[in-house]
Structure formats: structure tokens, C-alpha cells
Design a protein around this ligand. Structure first.
Ligand SMILES: C[S@@+](CC[C@H](N)C(=O)[O-])C[C@H]1O[C@@H](n2cnc3c(N)ncnc32)[C@H](O)[C@@H]1O
Length: 396
């Protein structure tokens, strides 16, 4: 049977790079049987470096179904012996974690740090609103305050009153159950809308699903909901199992279909398809990002015409538009001119009409005089002829 003492001795010898001590720890153990020794030696022979050997030991322990703790310690040794450590050097949260040796308890899976950094860095130093569900002893709230800075609104929520009692006095810790949507909604109303919700609560299926269904729609635009310890979806003790219906991971897998909602025949789920920008799966962590999406459409570029034709077409269109604008301007000018000419013409015609009328009056007056004279002569003649005996005057 693989045991803790033997594994400790083997890992220590690996860290000190002493092959003799490694072999001594295996051969002198009075707990291991021959099969165990063969298993450990085969694992050690399969790798060249201390980090690789520690990792191979972890795999062997894990495959043998031994207690998780032993595999965890082997992988931990592998990491600190160099397997993955370089990738985390420079990570601010890992730096905080590695150098924090006192204060409130902070218990983290190491591979979460780059995930936090990837999704949270853009909020750093800003007046971000953060909710962490699952406070425990307040160690992570301390870390988030350090990371996000003094302008952040930081709220912790826990079902256990002790979480409030032991957290730093300046941390806000609300007591309630994450499976109670009303409690979650009240947090959003009082302190939200949150940019970040971290679910590190009870890790049971219903807790994670209710929290995600309630809090995701309430997130601020661009916000993220990060759910930790999703490995419980595979653990029987948490009602988990690979592919088992009802687990949080299965719920998240279905969300991938919502992200692709536009490409399926069924009606869109507006809350999720239009606002779920992405679902990011990591080992034990899922991150849902909220993002108001426009409806997807396709467009073709990349052929040679894209480089040439649009440019010529654009020039052509510009020229046509310029000629059209000039023609429109000319037409408007002609209309203005025509309008002006018409007014002048009307005025001239009216003037001529008036003049004509005046002339007619004068003409009438002028012609009226001779006609009167002729009428008088005619009357006289008529009168003369009618007056009998009147001697013709030689002057007539
Ligand atoms: C893993 S610990 C949190 C650790 C902490 N975030 C840290 O990193 O140090 C989980 C916490 O979730 C709390 N919890 C469990 N079930 C809960 C529930 N239904 N609602 C709210 N909190 C719950 C527990 O009381 C516990 O304090």
C-alpha cells in the first residue's frame, strides 16, 4: 500500500536530486509491497527530470486509485520542482499567494491564478463591483482587495455567520444561501450591478446552477461570472458523474448551444443567446462572459478584387456623385433664373397692359372729338334742310 511517509521521503529525495535516497526510501519502506515498489520504480524510470518524475509518481498513484492527497502532493512537488512554475512567475495573484504566509486562510488550486488574471486584469484599479460567494475565513476577500484596489466595491456572501465574524472588519459580508434567488437578487440591488461574480460557495450542483441562472442576467455589461471547483460535477458525493444529467458542467455545456443559438432552428433564448458572449472551460473553472451581441452575419473578403475593385469602384462612385451634384446645382440655378424671368415677364406684361389701357383711353378721347364734330355738322345739315324758306347764306 502506498503511504504518506514513504511518498514524503521519495519526494524529498527527488527535490534534493539524490537518486540514492530515492531508492533507499523505496527499498527500505516496510509498508510497500513488491507491486508498490515496482509501480514507483516504473514511474521514476519513465521521466528524466525530478519534476517529470514527481509528476509520473502522481499519475501512478492516481491511476492506482490511491488517496487523492498523495497524488496532490506528488503534483505539488512536480510544480515547485519546475513543472509549470515558470509559466506562473510574474502572475500577480500567484505572487500574492506565494508570499502570503500569515493572516487569514487562503486555500486555492494553483492553476486558478492565471485564469483569474486572464479574466480580471482589465478591472484592476477601477471602481469595479465584485461579489464573492463563499468567504470562509476571509482570506480571498483580502486577496481581492489587494488585487482590485481601494476603488473596488467588494462584497462577500456566505451561509455561515462565522465568515462575517472572522473577515476583516472593513469587508462587507452578507449572510444568506446561494440557492435562494431572492437573497442573490437583493445583493445585486444593494451593491450591483456586479462586474464580477465569483462562485466559491458550496460547489453543489443546485447551488452553482441557481447562482449562475440568477446572477448572470444581472451582471453589468462586459461582466463575468466565474464558477470555481466545477470538478464536483464529476464527484459522486456532489451528485456528479461524467456526462451525468443535472450537473453544473452539463448545464454549462448546454450554454454552448445558446452561444450558437442563431444557427439552430429553434426560437432564440434571448437572455442567453443575445447576452452570453462566451463560455470558457478550464480545469475546474467555468467563466461566463456577458456581452450584448449583434446578430451574426457572414461577409466575404480575401479575394483579389477586394484589393482593387472596391478602390476603383469607389473612385467611380465619387466621380458620378460629383457630376450628379453639379447637375443638380445647375438645374436649381436654371429654375431660379426661370422663376426670376417669369416674374420680370409678368411685371413687363402688366406694365404694357397698363400702358395699352392708358393709350386706349387717350385714343378714345382723341377720336371722340371729331366724331362729336361730325355729329354736330350732321345735325346742322339735317336742321337746315328741315327749315323751310331759310335763305342760303353765301358764307355756308
Ligand atoms: C471553499 S469555501 C470559500 C473559500 C474562500 N473563497 C477562499 O478562497 O478562501 C466555501 C464557503 O462557501 C460557504 N457556503 C457553503 N454553502 C453555501 C451556500 N449555500 N450559500 C452561501 N455560502 C455557502 C461555506 O460556508 C464556505 O465558507
Amino acid at each position: 500500500m502506498l503511504d504518506q511517509e514513504t511518498m514524503k521521503a521519495v519526494l524529498l529525495a527527488l527535490a534534493e536530486r539524490s537518486d540514492d535516497d530515492v531508492e533507499r526510501a523505496i527499498s527500505e519502506s516496510d509498508v510497500l509491497d513488491d507491486a508498490d515498489r515496482a509501480l514507483l520504480r516504473a514511474a521514476l524510470d519513465s521521466a528524466d527530470t525530478p519534476a517529470g518524475m514527481a509528476r509520473a509518481l502522481g499519475d501512478a498513484v492516481r491511476d492506482a486509485g490511491e488517496i487523492d492527497f498523495l497524488a496532490n502532493e506528488c503534483y505539488r512537488a512536480a510544480f515547485y520542482l519546475g513543472d509549470g512554475l515558470p509559466g506562473l512567475q510574474g502572475d500577480p495573484l500567484f505572487g500574492y499567494f506565494s508570499t502570503k504566509r500569515t493572516g487569514r486562510i487562503l486555500d486555492k488550486w494553483i492553476h486558478y491564478f492565471p485564469i483569474y488574471t486572464e479574466h480580471f486584469s482589465r478591472f484592476r484599479g477601477r471602481p469595479v463591483r465584485v461579489l464573492e460567494i463563499g468567504v470562509y475565513r476571509g482570506g480571498s476577500l483580502d486577496m481581492w482587495r489587494w488585487f482590485f484596489g481601494p476603488d473596488a466595491t467588494l462584497v462577500g456572501a456566505d451561509i455561515d455567520e462565522r465568515a462575517r465574524e472572522v473577515s476583516a472588519p472593513d469587508h462587507v459580508v452578507e449572510i444568506g444561501d446561494q440557492t435562494d434567488p431572492e437573497f442573490l437578487r437583493s445583493l445585486s440591488e444593494r451593491y450591483g450591478p456586479f462586474d464580477i461574480v465569483i462562485d466559491d460557495g458550496g460547489h453543489e450542483m443546485r447551488q452553482q446552477i441557481v447562482t449562475a441562472e440568477t446572477m448572470f442576467p444581472l451582471l453589468a455589461e462586459g461582466g463575468v461570472l466565474l464558477t470555481e471547483d466545477c470538478h464536483t460535477s464529476y464527484w459522486d458525493a456532489y451528485q456528479g458523474g461524467t456526462g451525468r444529467p443535472g450537473t453544473f458542467i452539463e448545464w454549462c455545456k448546454a450554454k454552448v448551444d445558446d452561444v450558437n443559438g442563431y444557427h439552430q432552428p429553434q426560437p432564440l433564448d434571448r437572455v442567453w443567446t443575445d447576452t452570453l458572449g462566451s463560455v470558457s472551460f478550464y480545469d475546474s473553472v467555468v467563466v461566463l462572459k456577458k456581452q450584448q451581441r449583434f446578430a451574426p452575419f457572414a461577409e466575404q473578403v480575401g479575394h483579389a478584387e477586394f484589393l482593387l475593385l472596391p478602390r476603383f469602384a469607389a473612385q467611380h462612385v465619387t466621380e458620378l456623385a460629383a457630376r450628379r451634384d453639379a447637375a443638380v446645382a445647375q438645374r436649381d440655378e436654371l429654375r431660379r433664373q426661370q422663376h426670376h424671368d417669369r416674374e420680370a415677364f409678368e411685371a413687363e406684361r402688366a406694365r404694357l397692359r397698363a400702358e395699352l389701357a392708358e393709350l386706349q383711353t387717350e385714343l378714345d378721347a382723341a377720336t371722340a372729338v371729331p366724331e362729336t364734330a361730325r355729329a354736330v355738322q350732321a345735325l346742322r345739315r339735317a336742321a337746315v334742310t328741315r327749315i323751310p324758306g331759310r335763305r342760303k347764306d353765301p358764307a355756308d
